[in-house]
Design a binder for this molecule. Structure first.
Ligand SMILES: Nc1ncnc2c1ncn2[C@@H]1O[C@H](COP(=O)(O)OP(=O)(O)OP(=O)(O)O)[C@@H](O)[C@H]1O
Ligand SMILES: [Mg+2]
Length: 261
């Protein structure tokens, strides 16, 4: 049985300024198995973030259902860590206290959360910035701190929305490897949104392609590259290139469709 499921989900956002309502998703179904790493790709505006927001209980579907281990759920899922696209740090807290925030909300004692936060900051290349404020960090550093904040609670299900978008290529690759090894050791379940097809193939067991808006999953591609994977070991193999070409052709069709609308 799938751990996480969206069944035939439709989302319409209500009128604004007399415009007709906007249909973001239509009949979207997807499922993620326990321990699986699934990447969701699709044109900008096709509803990827909306799909994650539905799963996180932040957007109510107009139709359809969210299921966790087969049971219908409404509202917030307790076991989910969500690194949203718009994730921000609280400007009045130090970076360390920002990283410790999710643990604080879960009642982790102060000494323990500080220790975990420090260790994670070190791992994410943020050592030495514990007492800085978010305004003193670069965009990529803020993103890394937001990722550390969620990893700190060791979630059973991790949802990430373009987490590495603002990062430079090197940092991006390092963090991709870190996500891979964290996932391999913890056995958590990951649903990952990215506009970067190379990244999707590098990380995922399965890539799901969404249509132009209103979004639904049009195709899925099993990624049978060997595990454990390291980015540089797989990225230039002939099989990788073959997968990338196949998915890219279909993605391009959806991108053109999105432009036409
Ligand atoms: N709260 C909202 N109210 C009204 N419309 C919304 C809302 N959230 C999203 N939309 C609309 O729904 C559509 C899908 O948006 P969404 O953010 O899910 O796209 P996306 O696939 O994540 O795009 P991107 O790749 O650019 O992040 C867009 O047309 C957007 O304008
Ligand atoms: Mg988005």
């Amino acid at each position: 049985m799938a751990l996480l499921e969206l069944n035939n989900v439709t989302v319409s956002f209500p009128f604004t300024n007399g415009q007709p309502s906007l249909q973001a998703l239509e009949g979207l179904s997807l499922s993620v198995e326990r321990g699986e790493l699934v990447a969701l790709v699709g044109p900008s505006g096709c509803g990827k973030t909306t799909a994650l927001n539905v799963l996180a209980g932040q957007v109510r579907p107009t139709q359809g259902q969210v299921r966790l281990a087969g049971e219908p759920v409404e509202g917030l899922l307790p076991s989910v860590g969500y690194i949203s696209q718009a994730d921000t740090l609280l400007p009045w807290r130090t970076v360390l206290d920002n990283v410790a925030l999710a643990m604080e909300l879960r009642g982790v004692p102060k000494a323990q959360r500080r220790e975990t936060a420090r260790a994670l900051m070190e791992e994410m290349g943020l050592g030495g910035f514990e007492h800085s404020y978010p305004r003193e960090l670069s965009g990529g550093m803020k993103k890394r701190a937001a990722i550390a904040r969620v990893l700190a609670i060791d979630p059973a299900i991790l949802m990430m929305d373009e987490p590495f978008a603002p990062l430079d290529a090197l940092t991006r690759q390092r963090l991709q490897d870190e996500i891979l090894s964290a996932w391999e050791t913890t056995g958590c379940t990951i649903l990952y949104v990215t506009h970067d097809l190379t990244e999707a193939i590098t990380l995922a067991d399965r890539v799901l392609l969404m249509s132009a808006r209103p979004g639904r999953v049009v195709r899925e591609y099993p990624i049978d590259l060997p595990r454990p994977r390291r980015v540089m070991d797989v990225k230039f193999t002939p099989h990788f290139v073959e997968l990338e070409q196949t998915i890219w052709r279909d993605l391009e069709t959806q991108l053109k469709e999105a432009e036409r609308r």
